[in-house]
Design a protein around this ligand. Structure first.
Ligand code: ARG
Length: 560
């Protein structure tokens, strides 16, 4: 679509596919073009559109691809393309198969994506689940568009909570427990912190263990490593089930050796100063200062993040570093980015907080630790899969149980991901199981069924090698081709705004059009010529659905 807009000299106009052919194939809102010149602004919108149209019609490229241009509304133009031009585009799309939309560039840009990042010794939260799903989708899409992507899991694996944990652990009888679970660790922590509140002895003990750990005390390091392993094994189970892959696991502990240098440099360069014996970077706009070393000499989350910026800039030379973190940390990232710039570590423009909202339960209440009750992610995933199993049971009662389970897993996990990715990441999202698994609505199973249905048609015919695109001339076929042409632009929209829901919206539209297509047109029973062309179209739709869902991390099924 962008290409067409370019050819038509409409680079700056808002350019859209029109839902009904009687109003054109594309419509363009000329507002931005009109208001960008002083001269044009004086012309009323209607008149401007009229003049603009006349100018366009003089262009050779425009004449070549359009049949008709009409003014519409205040400052709008409607375009009808020549069928041959649309059909020619389809040949290109068809040839690309599952590579349609994939970008090959020589000079690769690099993006570091910081996502998932759960904390050691605590089960992953739903916020981490959102970060994981959104971060992975962004990674996939950037990579597909030709970027070098670095997925980095910035684990919360260091800090004073480990002193508390180690102290609690040493007092407990868990030391000899064989299969220590992450929940055990969390309970230890919760219990000890509660007791610590009115017991300064316990507090001192915890502080002492932290110090020992920081000094590299053998026993404490060994315990810490054990906690690390238990936690990571647990996280990796979640990653495996969700199909998540990282290039690096550079947790907070990795940056320990760099922290002192960060603070010394910040003080030297004048960005930081000492205030009440803490090292702080002052902020403007009445924001609290960014503390990078506490009065007791301890470093913080903030110091680690500055070190991580320094390290990433040097090691990966990225064009962009993306932090997929909930919007509760907005202030932290605002201050972090300002500080990084003042320290000369990175330009603010290269750092972006891709924030997201909360996960709410069915009744839109905050879905979280109700009176200490933790919602485990395994539980959420199991629930999604068991509900999806009911769907599979209804649709395919005769399948073998193992087969049904496989379908349920694909649909359930897909539903979970799609529920997240189909909504603007900034909004709070809800778990509405009915909606998430609704076969008629905007849901993963709806898209997965649309794909499977196309595949079941395609299985009944030989793969198309040759076809005549001129047969693709009905309104719905034309609209589908226009939609397929738009796929690369939609991906660019995602990479420009870090908003994967644009892709989800697009795929939903494509699936709806696909369903309409074989309601309206015969495919297998069509006459020779039409049959091959329509099969080719079905093949291209299926390929793009699969590619698009795959980028969102959602698997397809050949049959459901
Ligand atoms: N572990 C942190 C948390 O759970 C998130 C880390 C985000 N990444 C970062 N570079 N600060 O809150």
């Amino acid at each position: 679509m962008e290409k067409v807009a370019q050819k038509l000299g409409l680079g700056k106009a808002m350019f859209n596919i029109v839902p009904e052919e009687k109003f054109g194939h594309y419509s363009a809102n000329l507002m931005t073009i009109r208001t960008s010149s002083v001269e044009a602004r004086k012309t009323p919108p209607n008149e401007f559109a009229e003049k603009f149209k006349d100018e366009l019609l003089k262009l050779k490229a425009v004449k070549e691809i359009t049949d008709k241009i009409e003014t519409a509304g205040a400052g709008y133009l409607n375009f009808w393309l020549k069928p041959e031009s649309i059909q020619k585009d389809f040949v290109e799309i068809f040839k690309n198969k599952d590579k349609w939309g994939k970008f090959k560039i020589k000079e690769r840009k690099t993006i570091v994506i910081d996502y998932s990042h759960p904390n050691i010794a605590k089960p992953m939260s739903v916020a981490h689940l959102r970060s994981t799903i959104i971060g992975q989708a962004l990674c996939n899409i950037f990579k597909f568009r030709g970027w070098r992507t670095i997925g980095d899991n910035h684990l919360g694996d260091w800090g004073k909570q480990f002193g508390i944990l180690i102290a609690a652990f040493k007092q407990s009888d868990l030391k000899n427990k064989k299969d220590l679970k992450i929940e055990d660790l969390m309970n230890l922590y919760v219990d000890y912190t509660a007791r610590m509140k009115n017991n300064s002895e316990l507090e001192d003990k915890a502080r002492e263990e932290t110090k020992k750990l920081q000094r590299g005390d053998k026993e404490n390091i060994k315990i810490w490593k054990r906690f690390y392993k238990i936690s990571l094994d647990e996280f990796k189970k979640v990653y495996k089930r969700l199909d998540i892959k990282f290039d690096y696991y550079l947790g907070e502990s990795f940056y320990k050796p760099m922290l002192e240098g960060i603070v010394t440099d910040a003080l030297k360069n004048g960005a930081a100063r000492i205030s009440d014996s803490a090292a702080v970077i002052p902020m403007d706009n009445n924001q609290p200062p960014f503390i990078i070393r506490k009065s007791d000499e301890a470093y913080l989350y903030s110091t680690t993040d500055l070190a991580a910026i320094k390290y990433r800039m040097k090691k990966f030379k990225p064009d962009m570093v993306l932090y997929v973190v909930d919007n509760g940390q907005s202030l932290h990232f605002e201050q972090l980015f300002k500080s990084a710039e003042r320290l000369g570590l990175a330009k603010k423009e290269k750092l972006f907080h891709a924030k997201f909202g909360l996960v709410l339960s069915e009744g839109l209440k905050k879905l979280s630790t109700r009176a200490g009750r933790h919602i485990s992610l395994q539980e959420v995933m199991d629930e999604a899969v068991s509900r999806a199993r009911n769907v599979a049971e209804k649709k395919q009662p005769d399948l073998e149980s193992k087969e049904k389970q496989k379908i349920a897993e694909t649909i359930g996990i897909g539903a979970l991901k799609y529920n997240d990715l189909s909504q603007n990441r900034m909004s709070d999202i809800a778990f509405k199981w009915e909606k998430m698994l609704n076969l008629e609505g905007n849901s993963a199973p709806y898209l997965q069924y649309a794909y499977a249905r196309l595949k079941s048609i395609l299985r009944k015919a030989k793969p198309v090698a040759r076809f005549d695109q001129k047969f693709l001339n009905s309104e719905i076929e034309t609209r589908i081709i226009l939609l397929l042409s738009e796929f690369p632009d939609v991906l660019d929209l995602v990479t420009k705004n870090y908003l994967p829901h644009y892709l989800a919206e697009y795929l939903y539209k494509l699936a709806q059009e696909a369903n309409l297509f074989y309601q309206k047109e015969k495919v297998l029973a069509a006459s020779k010529g039409e049959r091959e062309a329509r099969l080719a179209l079905a093949q291209a739709i299926a390929a793009t659905l699969k590619t698009g869902l795959g980028l969102l991390g959602i698997k397809t099924l050949e049959r459901i």
